[in-house]
Ligand binder design. Structure first.
Ligand code: FE
Length: 342
């Protein structure tokens, strides 16, 4: 009986999924996305409604999807790869799974610093990685720069996740670019000496630990704070409310920022549809939805931010071309290792 039911279900699913291809043969695009389905699917549905192009979405973990793209090679069904952090977009380019494209629409919508100079990938949203502090124990006047987090006054007071996290690798890459490798290493050693605990957990866990009194400073991407503030989990909301954002390095290079982004695969069989999808994702309305869905910053200038993001105020972002962070990723990783950053 159970087997019979399963068969019917399988047949039904097969019948349903075959409908779009019979309706519009070829009008499809295959997307491998490291972003969660809820952060991208509603936008893809709108794209399909506007263009008639079906998007076949495969979501997975970033590193696994990149490995899969490499293993599949020219036979990959993927046309577009979406992932987070420029360190990973750079790895995808170096791995040879992307192809360069340039269109006036993309180049106009995405500022130069948020796209690959050769067109291998384009930013879709911007995220900042500032300093977050516990309001009851730290005054904003005590804070200034990332560099200052190496000051002995922060001994035992800083929570940050491990060095195998790509966000931290990109942050350290930005320190190497700004200050040179030797000074960045000295800083990293001092920072590690100021850790409140051995790094563990994700960005949310650093915010929670700070709220719980284990540290006074947390380094985290802004959208995690946004998700905690606006989510349904009451304990997380209360924890997040104990912290505030400090925008560091404002009198010089600015806050470290990164992107989520996309590239067209080398194996793309639906290249024109893939280009249309990317162009759609940087359109005004898509940008607003995409940035709002995860409390990120639109990559396209002039697009409205979510109310939560607006409340954090304006800041000066590091204007560094993000492709540089990818180039320094390997150096950053080795440096963190030498500094004893677990
Ligand atoms: Fe994240």
């Amino acid at each position: 009986m159970l087997r019979g039911r399963t068969c019917v279900a399988v047949l039904l699913v097969a019948a349903l999924t075959s409908i779009p291809t019979t309706v519009a043969i070829g009008a499809e695009v295959n997307l491998y996305s490291a972003r969660k389905e809820k952060l991208i699917k509603p936008l893809l549905d709108r794209f399909t409604k506007e263009t008639g192009i079906t998007v076949n979405l495969l979501t997975g973990r970033a590193d696994a999807l990149l490995k899969r793209l490499q293993a599949e090679g020219a036979n990959s069904r993927a046309d577009v790869f979406i992932t987070v952090d420029v360190g990973r977009l750079h790895r995808a380019r170096v791995a040879g799974v992307l192809q360069p494209i340039k269109t006036p629409v993309l180049n106009q919508a995405v500022p130069q610093s948020y796209r690959d100079p050769d067109g291998y990938w384009y930013g879709l949203s911007v995220r900042a990685r500032p300093i977050m502090y516990v309001k009851s124990r730290v005054k904003p006047s005590e804070l200034s720069t990332y560099e200052d987090l190496g000051n002995a006054k922060w001994k035992g007071r800083i929570c940050i996740r491990s060095s195998n996290n790509i966000y931290n690798q990109s942050l350290v890459a930005s320190m190497i670019i700004a200050n040179g490798e030797a000074r960045a290493e000295t800083w990293a050693k001092k920072l590690v000496a100021n850790f409140a605990r051995s790094p563990k957990g994700g960005d949310r866990d650093q915010i929670k630990a700070a709220a719980a009194g284990q540290c006074d400073i947390a380094i985290a991407n802004t959208y995690y704070l946004g998700a905690m503030l606006t989510g349904k989990d009451e304990a997380q909301r209360q924890a997040a409310e104990k912290l505030a954002i400090f925008w560091p390095n404002q009198s010089e290079r600015g806050v470290h920022v990164n992107i989520s982004g996309a590239g067209i695969t080398k194996s793309a069989k639906h290249k024109q549809n893939a280009i249309r999808l990317l162009e759609f994702l940087v359109s005004d309305s898509a940008q607003q939805w995409y940035a709002e869905a995860n409390n990120e910053y639109p990559v396209r200038p002039g697009v409205a931010r979510s109310a939560t993001v607006r409340a954090w105020g304006d800041f000066k972002a590091d204007s560094l071309g993000l492709a540089e962070l990818g180039k320094y990723n390997a150096n950053a990783l080795k440096l963190m290792d030498r500094a004893g950053w677990k």
